[in-house]
Design a protein around this ligand. Structure first.
Ligand SMILES: [Zn+2]
Length: 90
């Protein structure tokens, strides 16, 4: 959900967003984490994600090595670039 990855999603009006469930929950929850730190993303991007979800255009991927489309799997990584980073591979 960093803006350098998510911002611009509005340029793809027919796209479906595949995002890790933990990533979605982390950046859309209304309650701040116990640390009190704000999630490092843009409020406009979070609002856009919530809107896409209400439109049925978000698919939540729950965990590592999950098939999201035939031949394409969503993987988590140890790098944790964002809260629950995901990349796609085979
Ligand atoms: Zn980033």
């Amino acid at each position: 959900m960093h803006s350098d990855h998510f911002d611009g999603v509005d340029l793809f009006p027919k796209a479906t967003v595949w995002i890790q469930k933990d990533e979605f929950n982390h950046y859309t929850r209304e309650v701040k984490p116990p640390s009190g730190k704000a999630a490092p993303t843009e409020p406009d991007d979070v609002a856009a994600l919530v809107k896409l979800n209400k439109e049925g255009r978000v698919r939540l991927v729950d965990g590592d090595a999950k098939e999201i489309l035939p031949g394409s799997d969503g993987f988590t990584s140890e790098g944790k670039h964002t809260f629950a980073s995901q990349y796609v591979g085979r």
